[in-house]
Write a protein that binds this ligand. Structure first.
Ligand code: C2E
Ligand code: MG
Ligand code: MG
Ligand code: MG
Length: 282
């Protein structure tokens, strides 16, 4: 091993495997203090109803800007956080920050759109989860319909009975549940219909090569039809191009999210965007 001091003062081992291991350990260590050091923030990505051309919701997406390492992608740090209890701390921060932000926007008269948060398995299966959600909503005097939670198939499938109970309780309280990244998990359709999702969000991998691949078109059409037949809202994520937008419209998918409309944006930009709601790109 060639141990070397880097500018953070922590030893990095320069062999391939231990290099990535030490980055991981370094990130985990820094992540513990990220909230206290004010390094976390949220971006918001609009979800558009393409019939009315309105922003019906925003997905809150967590960002981490480390003063030395720079921006670290959620793909990297969320996974690290999920391997320990750290994810609970981050998730709670997201929940309360989103409720506070939404209350602020309510007070500014932005009264229509919801904000959805990504909820990992550890959080939804916490015994205190529902209480915490209620506490956050109460603290900011926020009606439950302004908050939605996104869970993946995998999360829905871990501890099925408990997941179902929690979902129903949240829905009775008025918090909708969105199935995120639908289609890439391993759940069969017959499994899915047992779950009372309000919305399914078709994973971006299906949208991405729509126009290169005609069988992908059939898959997309089936997913949209199935969601609708089950009485669920259907959102397509990762819509980047006009052709994708156009095809999705033609098969009756009327809610979309993706770079074609807007990248995830800062809270300030949300305000100017929602002030010009009818000028969203079309
Ligand atoms: P996700 O929940 O499926 O979020 C959608 C991801 O797709 C986001 O990536 C978003 O920036 C990206 N995206 C949106 N539109 C497009 C598009 O048109 N093209 C492409 N190529 N990508 C698009 P991001 O922000 O990097 O987040 C990645 C994942 O990290 C999220 O996937 C989610 O699983 C996780 N994540 C993000 N924020 C949170 C959080 O607060 N809590 C938890 N537990 N997970 C989070
Ligand atoms: Mg999501
Ligand atoms: Mg998603
Ligand atoms: Mg995804």
């Amino acid at each position: 091993y060639l141990a070397k001091e880097n500018k953070t003062g922590i030893q990095q081992y320069q062999t391939g495997m231990s290099k990535s291991l030490s980055r991981k350990m370094l990130l985990e260590q820094y992540l513990h203090r990220a909230i206290e050091h004010d390094e976390l923030y949220l971006e918001y990505q609009p979800i558009i109803d393409v019939c009315s051309n309105e922003i019906i919701g925003l997905e809150a997406l967590l960002r981490w800007m480390h003063p030395v390492l720079g921006n670290i992608s959620p793909g990297e740090f969320i996974q690290i956080a999920e391997e320990s209890d750290l994810i609970l701390k981050l998730s709670n921060w997201v929940l309360f920050t989103v409720c506070r932000q939404r209350r602020y926007w309510m007070d500014q008269g932005l009264a229509y759109f919801y904000i959805s948060i990504n909820v990992p398995a550890q959080q939804i299966h916490q015994d205190t989860f529902i209480e915490t959600i209620k506490r956050a909503l109460k603290q900011y005097k926020l009606p439950a319909e302004f908050l939605k939670i996104e869970i993946t198939e995998r999360t829905a499938m871990t501890n099925v009975v408990k997941a179902l109970t929690t979902m129903r309780e949240l829905q009775e309280f008025g918090v909708d549940i969105i199935l995120d990244d639908f289609g890439i998990g391993y759940s069969s359709i017959s499994y899915l219909v047992q779950y009372p999702f309000n919305t399914i969000k078709i994973d971006k991998s299906f949208i991405q090569d729509l126009h290169h691949n005609s069988s992908q078109k059939s898959v997309c059409r089936s997913l949209v039809a199935m969601g609708k037949n089950l009485g669920m809202n259907v959102v397509a994520e990762g819509v980047e191009e006009f052709e994708q937008y156009y095809y999705l419209c033609s098969i009756g998918c009327d809610k979309m999210q993706g770079y074609y409309f807007s990248k995830p944006i800062s809270q300030d930009l949300v305000e100017s965007l929602t002030n010009h709601i009818y000028t969203v790109k079309l």
